[in-house]
Design a protein around this ligand. Structure first.
Ligand SMILES: [Ca+2]
Length: 340
């Protein structure tokens, strides 16, 4: 069960003649990332942007952990730090029908803890708004484009409203949000809680979804030894380790260590074999503003199979996850060291 299963054989890219590297490029899955960096967003973007099986066509920023001006500056600064040239579009400034809610208590006022990134290079910003930027990528791609959404779903909610054909051009949406278990079913994570109206549009758009809920992020934890290993890999691992050290989870539920919600979402996309997943029907039931207690109604049973369009990981091999995550970051440091 891989993300490729969402694509019918006819939609797969046709291999083209050319050099080996070009043929390899043709096998990479086109991806748009929607993100609100955000400490764990940065920790998730690093392995994703260097993965050989994906081709990130666009990064869309969104209001979330901090305001969109900061999430955009953080994204541009990270790309500068990593030496990557990927188009960025500044996305939605506030949820669809609610005032913005931020999480500086978790991510710091800057959104990335006390860490300094290089100055943003605005030349990476694409012209036009977030709908135009998405549309441009979706219409130029020969095959469906996958979306990895690790922030509030405002951009996607706006997209489906303005450009409903997007549903046919997106292969799969892998998102961090919601919860499935009895313990958490009445609470919700930040991403869906701050813009439940957008989440409802996205879950109703008819696109296959992977929903990586709060329970998974609570399991994918790095402890002090892991952070030391991360810091030892080089400048990139060091940056992530310093950010994670200043990351403040919900103390009431936190185990010792830091919880990697967004990296767990990216790794589900890249290595689904590390997880146990089941298909469910998910309904988003927003509560009236100002309540943040949106309900994600996840039903694995007692609904027709045809309605179970959301793939929900219910468990993760935490040790293999940790090893895979640390190795992916170490690999980025090796790649960057070789370029110097
Ligand atoms: Ca995020």
């Amino acid at each position: 069960m891989t993300a490729h299963s969402a694509h019918s054989p006819g939609e797969r890219p046709t291999p083209k003649a050319g050099t080996a590297s070009r043929a390899e490029d043709n096998r990479r899955r086109p991806v748009i990332v929607d993100t609100d960096p955000g400490i764990d967003d940065v920790a998730a973007l690093v392995p994703l942007l260097f993965d050989d099986t994906v081709d990130v066509k666009l990064i869309a920023t969104v209001s979330g952990n901090v305001d969109v001006r900061r999430t955009t500056a953080n994204t541009l600064g990270l790309l500068e730090f990593l030496g990557l040239d990927i188009p960025v579009v500044k996305g939605s400034e506030a949820p669809l029908r609610r005032p913005a809610v931020y999480a500086p208590q978790v991510h710091g006022e800057s959104g990335i803890g006390g860490v300094a990134l290089p100055a943003p290079d605005p030349s990476r910003l694409v012209n036009g708004d977030v709908v135009e930027a998405y549309r441009d990528v979706l219409e130029r791609s020969a095959e469906p484009v996958d979306v990895i959404a690790i922030g509030p779903l405002t951009n996607l909610g706006t997209l489906f409203g303005a450009y409903p054909q997007a549903a046919e051009r997106i292969g799969r949406i892998t998102l961090m949000g919601g919860s499935f278990g009895p313990k958490y079913s009445w609470a919700c994570d930040f991403n869906i809680a701050v813009d439940p109206e957008a989440a409802r549009i996205v879950f109703g758009a008819g696109v296959p979804i992977d929903m990586i809920g709060a329970e998974i992020g609570r399991k994918t934890v790095l402890d002090a030894d892991d952070l030391a290993a991360l810091a030892g890999s080089g400048p990139v691992g060091g940056l992530i380790a310093r950010m994670l050290e200043s990351y403040h989870d919900d103390a009431a539920t936190a185990k010792p260590g830091v919880q990697l919600y967004d990296p767990a979402t990216v790794l589900f996309y890249l290595q689904p074999e590390l997880y146990v997943a089941a298909e469910a029907r998910v309904d988003i039931v927003p509560q009236p503003y100002p309540s943040l207690h949106t309900i994600t109604e996840v039903r694995f049973m007692d609904v027709p199979v045809s309605e179970r369009t959301v793939r929900v990981p219910i468990d993760v091999d935490v040790y293999r996850f940790r090893d895979a995550y640390l190795e992916r970051v170490a690999r980025v440091d090796r790649i960057l060291a070789a370029r110097r």
